[in-house]
Design a binder for this molecule. Structure first.
Ligand code: SF4
Ligand code: SF4
Length: 99
């Protein structure tokens, strides 16, 4: 079977199942780094939650409680945006990559 040239694809698209993003685990492309959360150092400012592009920061009862590794892509934005200067509550750490 040959694939269509992109110029022959139908323009536009329809999402037949809105709200279905949670069914698709998207973290399989995380490339060797993942954020590790330590609640002891967290001030619950929510900066990481606001900036995370994958909505992977877990909130429970108005507090940050962890990272959802099913959707985290390992970009490190949460660590970069966290304003805590010493002993950051979120640190990017190496993780094994499976190919
Ligand atoms: S590493 Fe990126 S995707 Fe993962 S929790 Fe942090 S900001 Fe979100
Ligand atoms: S940005 Fe840092 S201090 Fe603020 S909620 Fe996230 S982990 Fe906690």
């Amino acid at each position: 079977m040959s694939l269509k040239n992109w110029r022959k694809l139908t323009i536009g698209g329809v999402n037949l199942e809105p709200g279905s993003a949670l069914k698709n685990i998207t973290a399989s492309f995380r490339s060797g780094k993942k954020p590790v959360f330590n609640p002891d150092n967290c001030t619950n400012c929510f900066f990481c939650w606001v900036f995370c592009p994958e909505n992977a920061i877990i909130v429970d009862r108005e507090k940050i409680t962890g990272i959802n590794y099913d959707y985290c892509k390992g970009c490190g934005i949460c660590e970069n945006e966290c304003p805590v200067e010493k002993e950051k509550p979120i640190t990017m750490e190496d993780e094994p990559v499976e190919y």
